[in-house]
Design a protein around this ligand. Structure first.
Ligand code: NAP
Ligand code: MG
Length: 478
């Protein structure tokens, strides 16, 4: 990509350098070469951005007719579509995401803006027949300034699914993308402004979460923090937010199960399961990284699954046929390799992968690990990379105990043709989303989020709009 991209902060409707002039270099994960420097915000920039957002809120965004807000959101969606290729190329270069996935994710992001543009005029309170008479009704009111903090694995869709409902509901947003993946978020600031969003309503600040995160989270004008990232940082944010009872929603880590019963369509399950864990090079909070296979079909499933995994196209993310690109950084690959070393030291079987291909780029071939014990680190902890563990089970109850022994509970799949079993098991798996005979986790129209240490609150669907409003009850004596 030769076109220069926007690397400055987006504050009050214009691109500006960081107040202290600091920058962070970005490295292309496919080539390991440094290719641009992005402005790094510090506390002064946070102060300016949050104050500007509060001003924009009071100056009219909160009172703008929902239909007017909807018009602007539809315009943002249109501009995203018009810039689909530019945004996809940016994401690909920035984090090594395969270009076909990057294009799909830009399309998804446009649909998210369209959904909330349409949804906001269908989101309303109630009239309540209170016992004492009079007239009682509820209002859904915006909160004020929302801090949206996002991770590097799906930068554009996750930014979109926080920004769109928050703005639709009448809030202003300070968006802080991950240090590794700021480019599409910064571009969104400019596109949204071009679409008619008033200055200050969406501020985008690139910068290190470790340095500025606490300042942003604790800012007295920030009313809600919407966070996606690790459980560790999520817990830290929740603790800071507790001091003044700020609202938080958290989408955190996962260790999702993929449960294969003997009566399932094994060919279909085996053919689709590799991408349920290796898509985005395994850097997916919904990755089905623990496969539970009923013993009767274990050998047959493993053979087909490993064969399908070997067929995945791993390599240059700029090629449209690539399914698995590089990991996002050297540090991320090292962290995944630590898990692989621990599995090798415990003499677990590598049915395929786990090695680095020759050449530049943070690549790692997808690894299928057999024979894990439930006490193994690679079985218990989130790897966030291209590694999956497969384990046989005999008994449904015992399998469910193992599934639910994880502190996480984000997503999962189960494969069976027995309708009663599908419903029984779906009810028992402790996770916020689950799919039967499919691996889909994210639907724009449906709530997305986790049980247990996978999170709090929900993104997407109408649930997200609820999460960006306060519920007020008004009583009128008659
Ligand atoms: P992370 O380290 O938790 O970072 C997430 C975001 O938080 C980044 O923008 C980061 O900024 C920022 N941050 C870091 N320290 C902070 C602090 N003290 N205060 C406020 N913000 C702070 O996670 P990650 O490494 O980007 O992503 C990997 C993790 O995210 C995995 O565990 C994965 O499961 C989880 N994830 C969950 C979902 C979901 O929907 N549940 C989706 C994607 C990822 P910097 O980049 O500058 O450090
Ligand atoms: Mg991190």
């Amino acid at each position: 990509m030769n076109k220069p991209c926007e690397t400055r902060l987006f504050i009050d409707g214009t691109y500006v350098p960081a107040a202290k002039g600091r920058v962070t270099p970005l490295i292309d994960p496919a080539t390991e070469s440094s290719w641009c420097e992005v402005a790094a915000a510090d506390a002064d920039d946070i102060e300016r951005a949050v104050n500007g957002a509060q001003r924009a809120f009071e100056d009219g965004w909160r009172d703008l007719a929902p239909g007017k807000r909807a018009e602007i959101l539809f315009n943002i969606a249109r501009l995203i579509r018009e810039h689909q290729e530019e945004l996809a190329q940016l994401e690909m270069r920035n984090i090594g995401k395969p270009i076909s996935d990057a294009r799909d994710e830009v399309g998804l992001s446009a649909r998210i803006f369209e959904y909330y543009a349409g949804a906001v005029t269908k989101f309303f309170g109630q009239t309540i027949p209170v016992a004492r008479g009079g007239f009682d009704f509820t209002l859904r009111q915006p909160m004020g300034v929302v801090a949206a903090i996002t991770p590097w694995n799906f930068p554009f869709p996750i930014a979109s699914w926080k920004v769109a409902p928050a703005l639709a509901a009448g809030n202003c947003v300070v968006l802080k993308p991950a240090s590794l993946s700021p480019l599409t978020a910064l571009r969104l600031g400019g596109l949204a402004h071009e679409a008619g969003l008033p200055a200050g309503v969406l501020q985008v600040l690139a910068g290190s979460g470790g340095k500025i995160g606490d300042v942003l989270v604790q800012h007295p004008l920030v009313r809600k923090i919407s966070f996606t990232g690790s459980t560790e940082i999520g817990a830290h944010i929740m603790q800071l937010a507790s001091r003044d009872i700020k609202r938080v929603s958290l989408e955190l880590g996962g260790k999702s199960p993929n449960i294969i019963f003997a009566d399932a369509d094994l060919d279909q399950a085996a053919a689709s399961s590799p991408m349920s864990v290796f898509a985005n090079c395994g850097q997916d909070c919904c990755a089905r990284s623990r496969v539970f296979v009923e013993r009767k079909v274990y050998d047959a499933f493993v053979e087909k699954f490993v064969e399908a995994t070997r067929r995945l196209v791993v390599g240059d993310p700029s090629r449209p046929e690539t399914q698995v690109g590089p990991l996002v950084s050297a540090a991320q690959r090292n962290s995944v390799e630590d898990f692989l070393v621990s599995a090798r030291e415990a003499n677990r079987t590598f049915a395929c992968g786990g090695d680095r291909p020759d050449g530049k780029g943070y690549y790692l071939r997808p690894a299928v690990v057999l024979g894990c014990e439930t006490t193994d680190r690679i079985w218990r902890e989130e790897v966030f990379g291209p590694a999956v563990c497969v384990r046989a089970f005999d008994d449904e109850e015992q399998m469910l105990r193992e599934v639910n022994a994880s502190p996480y509970g984000l997503s999962g799949s189960l494969w069976t043709n027995d309708l009663k079993r599908a419903i029984r098991v779906a009810k028992r798996v402790e996770s916020g989303v689950l799919s039967v005979n499919s691996h889909s986790s994210v639907h724009v129209e449906a709530p997305f989020g986790g049980f247990k240490q996978s999170g709090l609150g929900r993104d997407l669907g109408m649930a997200a709009l609820e999460g960006y409003t306060e519920l007020k009850n008004v009583y009128i004596a008659l």
